[in-house]
Design a protein. Structure first.
Length: 102
């Protein structure tokens, strides 16, 4: 449960970071429409190094977000499997001792 909570916090942090970086990139691109056209023409390489660095940071944040999301899915699946297994064990113990413990 702690791992799920930690991963959810990481996801939220990455989302906020990604939003902030995306906003900064959009502001810089709107400041100079010529540089925005050069960026598209030069396949992502802008005459403004700050825009290029923000673009790289966005890509890295997106990759990290995807990796963390995948890890979160695996943790949730494992958590579900353990809970299901535990419920089966509780039922077996209940049947053997004739008591309800779960």
């Amino acid at each position: 449960m702690q791992a799920v909570s930690d991963n959810e916090e990481k996801l939220d942090k990455l989302r906020r970071e990604n939003e902030n970086v995306t906003e900064k990139l959009n502001e810089l691109q709107m400041q100079d429409s010529d540089q925005q056209q050069n960026c598209a023409v030069e396949m992502g390489r802008s005459a403004n190094p700050e825009i290029h660095q923000l673009h790289i940071k966005i890509q890295a944040a997106q990759k990290l977000y995807e990796k963390t999301t995948e890890m979160h899915k695996k943790v949730e699946l494992t958590n579900t499997n353990v809970r299901d297994w535990l419920n089966r064990v509780i039922k077996k113990v209940d049947q053997q001792f004739g008591e309800t413990i779960g």
